[in-house]
Design a protein around this ligand. Structure first.
Ligand SMILES: *Cc1c(COP(=O)(O)O)cnc(C)c1O
Length: 376
C-alpha cells in the first residue's frame, strides 16, 4: 500500500471537514485489512494532535490491540459491545458508543468498579436501524441517560450514522441529518455546566460530499484506504494486490482449466498460474465475471474458476511473460490500472469487503510513495 496516497486522502478529508472539525479515523477490522499498526503510524505522522480526536474501532478487542500498540489517546468503540465486554472496555480505557439504557447502566457499574468517571458517546438512530437510541424521543431517553450517568459517567458525545451518504441521491442523508438535529435539540443540556458534548455524523462520504455535516468530528474509513465514497468522492488509490506468476505453460486447443473445467482453450494458448487465490481474499466470483490481472503492463483475463491458492490467466497476448513476473490483481502496472472499486463491482460486492477480506497470507508491503508501485 502507498503511504503517501493514504496521507493525501486523510488530508483531503480534513480539508473538506473544515478547520472546526477533528478526525476520528476508523481503524476497525485491522484498518480495513491494511494493517492497524502501520495505519496508526501513518495517521499520527500526518495529523497534528489537535486534528486527531480519537481513533475508531468496532470491537473491544480491537481497542485492546491499540493499547498494546502503545496508543494512549482516545479509542471510541462504535459497535454495541456485548454485555460482558464493557468491563474490559473500562479496564482498557476505551470510550464506548452506547445505544440503550441497559448499556448506560452497565457502563455506570463499570465506572463504580473502576472508581473513576468514564466517558461515552450516545448513538442516535436516524434510520440505520442497527444501533442507537431512537431520534424521535430524545427528550425521554436523554433525561434517563443523564440520571444514570450522574457523577459516574461523562457524556462526551452524540452521533448518528448515515446509511446512504455514498449514493448519488443525498436527500436521505439530509433527512437523517435533520432527524439528528431534532434529537440534539430535544436532549437535556449537559449537567453541572459541563462542556458541550461533541457531535458527529459524517462517514467518509458525508465528510467529502456534505461538508456542513462535519460537526465537531468526522469519522472517515474507506476513503482513506482508497475506496470511492460516492460521486465526487474518489480518493487516491492506496492498495495494490500483486502475486507472482509461478508457472507458464503452453496448452493445446481443447485443454481445460480449473475446478469444474469451466474454461476450455479455443486455440493453442499460453497460460500463467498465479500464486494467489480466494484463500488470499481474491473473490472467487471474479471468474467467470470478467476478472483480469495486469502482466507486463497489459490486461489479461482470469480463466476458469479461481482456486484457494492459485489463479490462472491467459497470457497468449503477452508472449514475453515469464515465471517470476509480478501480476497485479488490484492496482497499477505501467499505463494500466485495475481499480479497487472495479474489482468489487465485478465480484458483486463493495470495496470494504474486498479490503477486509485480504488474507493474512498476503504480506503487507508499505511503500512511501517514492518507489514505483510495479517494482514491489
Ligand atoms: C465504519 C464506520 C465509519 C466509517 O465509514 P466509511 O464509510 O468507511 O467512511 C464511520 N462511522 C461508523 C460508526 C462506522 O461504523
Amino acid at each position: 500500500m502507498d503511504e503517501a496516497a493514504l496521507r493525501r486522502n486523510l488530508r483531503r478529508v480534513k480539508d473538506a471537514a473544515g478547520p472546526g472539525a477533528a478526525l476520528v479515523p476508523m481503524l476497525k477490522a485491522n484498518a480495513y485489512g491494511l494493517g492497524v499498526a502501520a495505519v496508526l503510524r501513518m495517521v499520527r505522522a500526518e495529523l497534528a494532535p489537535g486534528e486527531l480526536f480519537a481513533v475508531g474501532v468496532a470491537a473491544v478487542a480491537e481497542g485492546e490491540e491499540l493499547r498494546a500498540l502503545g496508543w494512549t489517546g482516545r479509542v471510541v468503540v462504535f459497535a454495541p459491545a456485548p454485555p460482558g465486554e464493557l468491563a474490559r472496555a473500562a479496564r482498557a480505557g476505551l470510550t464506548p458508543a452506547l445505544s440503550d439504557l441497559d448499556g448506560v447502566r452497565r457502563w455506570a457499574a463499570a465506572a463504580r468498579d473502576q472508581g473513576r468517571r468514564l466517558a461515552f458517546h450516545a448513538e442516535v438512530d436516524t434510520g440505520m436501524g442497527r444501533a442507537g437510541f431512537p431520534y424521535a424521543d430524545a427528550a425521554a431517553w436523554g433525561g434517563a441517560v443523564e440520571a444514570i450517568a450522574a457523577d459516574l459517567l461523562e457524556w462526551e458525545g452524540c452521533f448518528t450514522h448515515f446509511h446512504s451518504a455514498d449514493e448519488p441521491e443525498l436527500a436521505p442523508t439530509d433527512e437523517q441529518q435533520r432527524r439528528f438535529a431534532r434529537a440534539l435539540e430535544a436532549l437535556p443540556p449537559p449537567r453541572g455546566g459541563a462542556v458541550r458534548r461533541v457531535v458527529h455524523s459524517a462517514n467518509s462520504a458525508a465528510s467529502v460530499r456534505r461538508q456542513g455535516y462535519g460537526g465537531d468530528l468526522v469519522r472517515p474509513g474507506i476513503f482513506l484506504y482508497g475506496g470511492s465514497a460516492g460521486p465526487g468522492a474518489v480518493p487516491k488509490p492506496v492498495v495494490a494486490v500483486r502475486a507472482r506468476v509461478a508457472l507458464v505453460k503452453d496448452v493445446p486447443a481443447g485443454w481445460t482449466c480449473g475446478y469444474g473445467a469451466t474454461y476450455t482453450a479455443r486455440r493453442p494458448e499460453r497460460w500463467g498460474t498465479l500464486a494467489i487465490g480466494y484463500g488470499d481474499g481474491i473473490p472467487r466470483a471474479l471468474s467467470p465475471a470478467g476478472g483480469q490481472a495486469l502482466v507486463r503492463g497489459r490486461r489479461v483475463p482470469v480463466i476458469g474458476r479461481i482456486s484457494m491458492d492459485m489463479t490462472v490467466v491467459d497470457l497468449t497476448e503477452v508472449p514475453e511473460a515469464r515465471a517470476g513476473d509480478a501480476a497485479t490483481l488490484i492496482g497499477r502496472d505501467g499505463e494500466e490500472e485495475i481499480g479497487l472499486d472495479e474489482v468489487a463491482a465485478k465480484a458483486g460486492t463493495i470495496s470494504y469487503e474486498i479490503l477486509t477480506g485480504l488474507g493474512a497470507r498476503l504480506p503487507r508491503v508499505y511503500l512511501d510513495g517514492t518507489r514505483t508501485p510495479g517494482a514491489a
